[in-house]
Write a protein that binds this ligand. Structure first.
Ligand code: NAP
Length: 247
């Protein structure tokens, strides 16, 4: 029996660890060839490519700073050349920094918006000539883009609100090509960005209905669904995968 993403060609940004590595592995397990990008974690990238290839599909890693539009364009072109086109584009690479209003610097804003917003825009524009008709674009947003939740979340939250708005706006732009664009907004997921231990984690966990952190694989399953034929009538949506946080 053929796998549900058999023959699909996927590019996952920030695929060297955390949620992105889980998405890359899951798309591969479902039959897609997968190229990942990463910032500087060569070991993580190697491990992730090995996990992709262990599923019997093609894997490749490209180092590219998501905040550098030219590097992003080169990476997208290289990924498309290696895959032969792009059917699934997952914008996962992201950075989070929190500071009270007035405590954040312009550098913080530039770093967070550079990766989380400009990188996503530059990557999508670069992918336009490579995306197949009927392709899927999936943005990893955050519950922080939907609700501020706590003090200090303004810059990161605004960057993630932008991702959800990109999904809505690009759904219109790309519908004529049959390309569906959606976002996932994870709640707390145990990764380097948001470790599932310590006082902060205890407070955050208590805010979820399920009283636990999510696992990267639980986000990856939703990404795989959005990439599949089962999601053929979903576009412009932001899917909450947050264990009920802030409901
Ligand atoms: P993570 O563990 O910190 O991993 C971040 C990934 O992004 C790594 O692969 C990293 O590459 C890559 N990356 C970071 N900066 C980059 C840059 N400038 N250029 C290219 N790649 C870059 O984070 P995560 O928790 O898996 O988060 C993944 C996504 O989910 C992010 O967009 C985040 O905002 C979102 N999210 C996370 C949570 C959570 O609780 N964890 C909740 C909501 C949303 P290197 O390994 O090379 O550094």
């Amino acid at each position: 029996m053929s796998k549900k993403l058999q023959g699909k060609r996927a590019l996952v940004t920030g695929g060297s660890r955390g949620i992105g590595a889980a998405i890359a592995k899951r798309l591969a397990a479902d039959g897609a060839d997968v190229v990942i990008t990463y910032a500087g974690n060569h070991d993580g990238a190697k491990t992730s490519v090995a996990a992709i290839e262990a599923e019997g599909v093609k894997g490749k890693a490209i180092q590219a700073d998501a905040a550098d539009a030219e590097a992003v364009r080169r990476a997208v072109d290289e990924a498309a050349a290696s895959l032969g086109g792009i059917d699934i584009l997952v914008h996962n690479a992201g950075v989070a920094e929190f500071a009270p209003l007035g405590g954040e610097s312009l550098e913080t804003y530039r770093r967070v918006f550079g990766v989380n917003v400009e990188g996503v825009l530059a990557g999508t524009v670069a992918a336009l000539p490579h995306l197949s008709d009927g392709a899927r674009v999936i943005l990893v947003s955050s519950v922080s883009g939907f609700t501020a939740g706590f003090a200090g979340n303004s810059v990161y939250g605004a960057s993630k609100a932008a991702a959800s708005m990109f999904a809505k706006a690009w759904a219109h732009d790309l519908a004529p090509r049959g390309i569906l664009v959606n976002a996932i907004q994870p709640g707390p997921v145990g990764t380097d960005m948001n470790p599932d231990e310590g006082e902060f984690a205890d407070q955050i966990r208590a805010l979820t209905v399920l009283k636990r952190y999510g696992r990267p694989e639980e986000i990856a399953g939703v990404a795989s669904f959005l990439a599949s034929d089962d999601a053929s009538y979903i576009t412009g949506a932001t899917i909450d995968v947050g264990g009920g946080i802030f409901v």
